[in-house]
Write a protein that binds this ligand. Structure first.
Ligand code: ATP
Length: 298
């Protein structure tokens, strides 16, 4: 079990994370917040790469700093940007990393091949990585994080650059791997974690705003999401009045999805079931970056 106790992080006088308390057992945890909310900072702390300026993080009861090398043996980590030689093939790159981790030649080769097959790069394992697309490189990154069959897998924006098919494959890999280990991944793309994560963690103003199943997080907005058609001339006033969750231009007007209190609801409004994307937009409605979450396309 990985535990975060009253942990915080300050850069100079800037407090980025305050007093976090979190527990991770096996399963997939989706850390969801707009850009700049402190996701990378928290993941680096969980990976033991950045010491908290307050509180502590423990694995199986021992602080990460005290575990040091022992924690690295059970950890797999994909940073937001990882380094590789463009002239290397993924197989050579993986075998090199496996050697650093102390694997013998034979096991390094077998494990590298197996993992490259897992991320569907088996057929191109001898091609230079400089010819790879962003999504293929990202898949190499995911494979290298799995080299030591980690108990704790930390992935910082693992789906950046993946196309929809690659995202779908990645989600099923997560579900498979999350059965018997801790997986913590950050994203600002709601659809990446809505179905695959057992728990969603929302960070807001440097604190944990929610940590629960997607369904329970969605229930935060239960009974407060509506859709209605608004005429062209009234749409600006409508946008000023209600937090808008989605809108679509139609002939002669706009189909609006928005949040409102039930006591103010008008008869022509249609109540709809909130999704995680609604909650994301609502929770971060006043924050920069909340609207470039990409909705699964970036
Ligand atoms: N080494 C550092 N020194 C000073 N400030 C930093 C440092 N690293 C991050 N920050 C600041 O801390 C805040 C959180 O950054 P962080 O990278 O953790 O956010 P994030 O949610 O991962 O965003 P993104 O997805 O854009 O990387 C930002 O305001 C950032 O500018």
């Amino acid at each position: 079990m990985l535990s975060v106790r009253s942990a915080g992080k300050r850069y100079g006088n800037d407090v980025v994370l305050h007093d976090l308390d979190l527990e991770f057992e096996h399963g997939v945890y989706g850390l969801l917040a707009p850009n700049g909310a402190g996701k990378t900072t928290l993941l680096k702390m969980l990976a033991g790469l950045l010491p908290p300026t307050q509180g502590e993080i423990t694995y199986a009861g021992t602080p990460l700093a005290a575990l040091d090398e022992k924690y690295r043996e059970v950890l797999g980590y994909l940073p937001q940007k990882f380094g590789y030689y463009p002239n290397d093939t993924p197989l050579k790159y993986m075998q090199y990393l496996a050697a650093i981790k102390g694997m013998d030649r034979q096991s390094a080769r077998e494990r590298s091949e197996l993992l490259l097959d897992t991320v569907a790069l088996g057929e191109v394992k001898r091609r230079k990585m400089k010819t790879f697309s962003g999504g293929m490189i990202q898949r190499v990154g995911i494979a290298q994080a799995l080299l030591n069959d980690p108990r704790v897998l930390i992935l910082d924006e693992p789906t950046a650059g993946l196309d929809p098919r690659e995202r779908a494959r990645f989600r099923s890999l997560l579900t498979q791997l999350g059965r018997d280990r801790i997986i913590i991944l950050s994203t600002h793309v709601v659809s990446d974690v809505e179905s695959a994560a057992n728990q969603i963690i929302l960070l807001k103003d440097g604190r944990v705003f929610a940590k629960d199943t997607a369904e329970t997080v969605c229930s935060l907005l239960a009974g407060r999401v509506y859709e209605t058609k608004v005429e062209d001339g009234e749409v600006d006033a409508f946008r000023d009045r209600y937090p808008i969750l989605a809108e679509r231009g139609e002939q002669g007007g706009w189909q609006m999805r928005f949040a409102a209190e039930p006591e103010n609801a008008l008869p022509e409004w249609q109540a709809v079931k909130p999704g995680l994307e609604d909650v994301f937009l609502y929770v971060y409605r006043d924050q920069q970056g909340a609207n470039n979450r990409g909705g699964g396309s970036n």
